[in-house]
Design a protein around this ligand. Structure first.
Ligand code: NAD
Length: 293
């Protein structure tokens, strides 16, 4: 069993840290919100008085924070976690942030540092079925992998520093574009008098097939577990999709990559969020495409 520090105990980090404590690790936890710390203490974790204290003495240190600025500040800021961590510790940031900041923090930490964003959402965090996409040194990945696998069902080493964030941005750009295209197809089918079920039966067995259709079908009925069947309760919120598309757009601008579909998807998700859809599942964008209020 390992000594682990865990900072950022929100919707995702809370259940992830609790799963590590339940697996028998000695987990020191910190969050700015005391109630989140208490929820982890109830699952066997040890409250730490600060982020730096949670990192001190740990073999593995995790952060799960909202955005790049929080991550940079937590690791490299005054009294930061990198400086207080053991020189031999492996540091792992699971937040979804921009590639440039991930690389900056890895280089500035002076330690073995992994960027390891996740997919699978809050349900995946609770059920320990997340997928980790990991950037950083191969040896650090191999050392961290058994612990990652106690929070998820897959951990994929994608390359050097920033490669995990790069994989997340690229994957979610595909996801957004296929979801919007799938929603548009259902809206067109409705206008043409084609039933939802008929379009699903055809597209799911032919070249229109995608995860957006077969796992997250944006209309109720064909896939009973999809968010459309529960009023578009997330799931994966449209606000987080807009955030991730913004990170992909930043990366495209920084590298000169042409991503016109990704850029349009970002505009549409920003419109949907501005219209009040941010807290709903990202498949709920079908309502905006139909012109519903
Ligand atoms: P959240 O807002 O619920 O949790 C973030 C936590 O960080 C909060 O508890 C906050 O108090 C804490 N925090 C912020 N600054 C801190 C600091 N300096 N020190 C200690 N704690 C601090 O967010 P979340 O939904 O858990 O998401 C976390 C990350 O995971 C984000 O980058 C998000 O994009 C990513 N993500 C979320 C989901 C999801 O479905 N929620 C899915 C995949 C990835």
């Amino acid at each position: 069993m390992a000594r682990i520090g865990f900072v950022g105990l929100g919707n995702m980090g809370g259940p992830m840290a609790r799963n590590l404590a339940k697996a028998g690790h000695e987990v020191a936890v910190f969050d700015l919100v005391p109630a989140s710390v208490e929820a982890c203490a109830a699952a066997g974790a040890r409250p730490a008085p600060s982020a730096a204290a949670a990192a001190a003495g740990a073999e593995l240190v995790f952060t799960m924070l909202p955005a790049g600025a929080h991550v940079r500040d937590a690791w490299l800021g005054a009294g930061g976690m990198a400086a207080s961590s053991d020189p031999g510790a492996i540091l792992v940031d699971c937040s979804t942030i921009d590639v440039a900041t991930a690389r900056e923090v890895a280089a500035g930490s002076g330690r073995a540092f992994l960027d390891a964003p996740v997919s699978g959402g809050v349900m995946g965090a609770e059920a320990a079925t997340l997928t980790f996409m990991v950037g950083g040194a191969e040896g650090a990945f191999r050392a961290a992998e058994p612990v990652l696998r106690q929070m998820g069902r897959a951990a994929i080493h994608c390359g050097g520093p920033g490669a995990g964030q790069a994989a997340k941005a690229c994957n979610n750009m595909v996801l957004a574009a296929t979801m919007i295209a799938t929603c548009e197809a259902f809206v067109l089918a409705e206008k043409l008098g084609l039933s939802h079920q008929a379009l699903f039966e055809v597209a799911s067995r032919s070249s229109g097939q995608s995860w957006s259709l077969t796992a997250y079908c944006p209309v109720p009925g064909p896939v009973p577990g999809s968010p459309a069947n529960r009023g578009y309760a997330p799931g994966f919120s449209a606000a987080l999709m807009a955030k991730d598309l913004g990170l992909a757009a930043e990366a495209a601008a920084a590298t000169g990559a042409a991503t016109p579909m990704g850029a349009r998807a970002l505009e549409l998700y920003r419109d949907f969020v501005a219209a009040g859809g941010g807290g709903t599942d990202f498949s709920g964008i079908i309502r905006m495409l139909r012109g519903e209020g």
